[in-house]
Design a binder for this molecule. Structure first.
Ligand SMILES: NC(=O)C1=CN([C@@H]2O[C@H](COP(=O)(O)OP(=O)(O)OC[C@H]3O[C@@H](n4cnc5c(N)ncnc54)[C@H](O)[C@@H]3O)[C@@H](O)[C@H]2O)C=CC1
Ligand SMILES: O=C(O)C(=O)COP(=O)(O)O
Length: 600
């Protein structure tokens, strides 16, 4: 009849490291893994050893590629900074297990092996730049590692380099320079073409693409663009017409590439697409080498379809010295210099240092690449609900009878906010965390919650119950139901056969307000004993005095009943864990039909 939760359950309070102060950020709940390991977790042991030997409890940031001084200074105020450039893949994998964060540019492959080698310690990868094609985002997400980038500080530098290559290519600057330096004076050989009046097709009309377009218009070019996701009004605002891909490549005298490298853009320019281009087209690539099939480009150059190309980026960097493309007479090359101005590098370094420090503090970075970006003010507002969500998940899963696999969870949010004004991703992640962590060794955070749920075959469906009234508070209540399982506390089952717990936030504190079909009201602090009893006088006193005799402090008691003198559920909040003996004594009270002790 009476039952207790398994002793292996983890308690969030046991997750915090006493040697490491809790960070003051209100958002640390979203990234509890940045600070907390349960006592049994191997990572905790390693962490303690490292902090002890480092004689400080600062996190360690590995900076694997050259970063501007201002960014390094920011990092050093918060972390131990290890600047180790030119690491081999093997060295990186060895070092990474001692690091909480890694900062790279485009020259470091942060692949699955890196995340696996980190042993769970790596919390954040900062890409000091835009393109994150060198970071295995799936592996990062699976390992609960946040990836942030610095998306704005090098935009102008990349655009200026695109324009520099465009002009240099059209006037054969690089070839003529090499010729003069070799003692020649070939004025007729290096006659160029003019830019004014020519059509430039910008492929990828994002930050860099639109800055290139703006500058090209200043040079008197007719600019068109192709970007399936760009808003037409942004293009119109700078006098650029958005056209189809075929129209762009079919009418352009010059093509400038500015899309990210993704499976969809990989080798976008290939034999087939070169064949659709205007004969004599000139191509600039400051995006990524992989968006061009480089062998096809050599063929297109040799066939006269492409008159010239100017390339800052290559599918393999550095390219082989004898690469036909690099050595081609009509190709101008630079060694991935798009972002390399003094100004951009200082800006990027500050942008990435701030993002990495913020993430290590448990804040959500506005430049998160593999996690929902939730604005800081929304997070502050949601904080008590985040806590409520995790605790309801923890309670619900502890009510499941051993052996029943948890597969189907239904979450209902009662809110008067319109759907587009109420983002549930953070709450869903925390419910997932609450459900999964007590029954596994996996650590769940906002980054890996959906992935972990999917991997475990846990299906979480969400519904909103729209309430009338003022949308001042984001949420009235959260209900978590687990279907197709048995409960070790039969009274937790709803009329429709699911384990059901419901809670709300009162004065900023999460409360449990419903168990099964019983209304209760107990603040979700400490731990909880739920008892079902015959509703009769003196029950609160009886159980209270057993706990008092055992020196267990009761923080809250609440009784919910179906009807007077029938069954009632008593919820008792306790500060300390009662001994087995006191739980046994509670179970022996004749009027108590069942009870369960739940850790929060
Ligand atoms: N060479 C260098 O040093 C630098 C290179 N880059 C590269 O430039 C790229 C663009 O950077 P931003 O403009 O800052 O990024 P962004 O994200 O602002 O712009 C990328 C644009 O490409 C568009 N796009 C996506 N798929 C497309 C497709 N199939 N066809 C056409 N357009 C598509 C997107 O809708 C977006 O508007 C980065 O991904 C990076 O790879 C960026 C900075 C420096
Ligand atoms: O920001 C980008 O996407 C870039 O390509 C710049 O690369 P880098 O940081 O100079 O290696």
């Amino acid at each position: 009849m009476a039952s207790m939760a398994t002793p292996t359950l983890k308690n969030p309070s046991s997750l915090s490291l006493s040697s490491k102060p809790r960070l003051p950020s209100p958002l640390s709940a979203a990234f509890p893994n940045t600070l907390h390991f349960p006592p049994s977790h191997p990572q905790r042991r390693r962490f303690l050893i490292i902090t002890a030997s480092a004689a400080s409890n600062k996190p360690t940031v590995l900076v694997a590629e050259k970063l501007g001084e201002a960014g390094l200074e920011l990092l050093k105020q918060f972390a131990n900074v290890d600047c180790s450039y030119n690491l081999s893949a093997e060295e990186l994998c060895t070092k990474i297990s001692l690091c909480d964060a890694l900062i790279v540019r485009s020259g470091t492959k942060v692949n699955r092996e890196v995340f696996e080698s980190s042993g769970g310690r790596l919390k954040v990868v900062g890409r000091a730049g835009v393109g994150i094609d060198n970071v295995d985002l799936s592996a990062a997400t699976e390992h609960g590692c946040l990836v942030v980038n610095a998306p704005t500080a090098n935009t102008v530098a990349a655009a200026e380099h695109g324009i520099a290559l465009l002009a240099a290519m059209a006037r054969n600057v690089a070839q003529a320079d090499a010729s003069v330096k070799s003692g020649k004076w070939q004025r007729n050989k290096y006659v160029g073409v003019s830019l004014v009046g020519k059509t430039l097709a910008v492929l990828g009309f994002g930050k860099v693409g639109s800055e290139v377009a703006r500058r090209a218009k200043g040079l008197g070019m007719h600019v068109i663009a192709h970007d399936p996701y760009a808003p037409a009004d942004r293009a119109r605002a700078i006098g650029v017409e958005l056209v189809s891909f075929d129209e762009a490549i079919g009418t352009a005298d010059f093509i400038s590439l500015h899309m990210p490298l993704t499976p969809a853009t990989n080798k976008m320019l290939n034999d087939e697409t070169f064949a659709k281009m205007k004969k004599g087209v000139r191509i600039v690539n400051v995006a990524r080498g992989g968006v061009i099939d480089e062998e096809a480009l050599v063929r297109a150059l040799d066939d006269g379809i492409v008159a010239q190309a100017a390339l800052d980026v290559f599918s393999e960097e550095p390219p082989k010295p004898d690469s036909k493309l690099v050595q081609h007479e009509r190709v101008t090359v630079t060694p991935h210099l798009g972002a390399s101005t003094m100004e951009a590098q200082e800006g990027v370094a500050i942008e990435i240092a701030e993002a990495v420090v913020g993430a290590l503090k448990g804040e959500l970075a506005a430049t998160a690449v593999n996690a929902p970006m939730v604005p800081a003010e929304v997070l502050t507002e949601l904080k008590p609900y985040v806590e409520l969500a995790e605790k309801l998940g923890r309670l619900a899963v502890q009510l499941v009878a051993g052996g029943s696999g948890v597969k189907t969870v239904k979450v209902s949010y009662a809110t008067s906010r319109a759907p587009d004004d109420f983002d549930t991703r953070l709450l869903r992640a925390m419910i997932t965390k609450g459900i999964i962590e007590p029954i596994s060794s996996v650590f769940v955070n906002l980054v890996n919650a959906d992935f972990t749920a999917k991997q475990r075959g846990l299906r979480i469906t969400e519904e909103r119950v729209l309430l009338d009234g003022s949308p001042e508070s984001p949420l009235e209540s959260i209900q978590v139901q687990i279907a197709n399982v048995e409960s070790k506390f039969a009274s937790a089952m709803s009329e429709t056969g699911e384990i059901r717990v419901e809670g709300r936030v009162k004065d900023g504190v999460p409360h449990l307000t419903k168990v099964g079909s019983f209304e209760v009201d107990v603040s979700l602090e400490g731990s909880i004993i739920l008892c079902r009893q015959v509703d009769q006088p003196g029950m609160i006193g009886t159980v209270g005095s057993i706990l008092g005799e055992e020196n267990v402090n009761v923080s809250f008691m609440s009784v919910g009943r179906v009807a007077p003198r029938k069954h009632a559920v008593m919820a008792i909040g306790v500060d300390d864990q009662p001994s087995k003996e006191s739980l046994k004594r509670i179970g022996e009270v004749p009027a108590i039909e069942e009870f369960v002790f739940l850790k929060l």
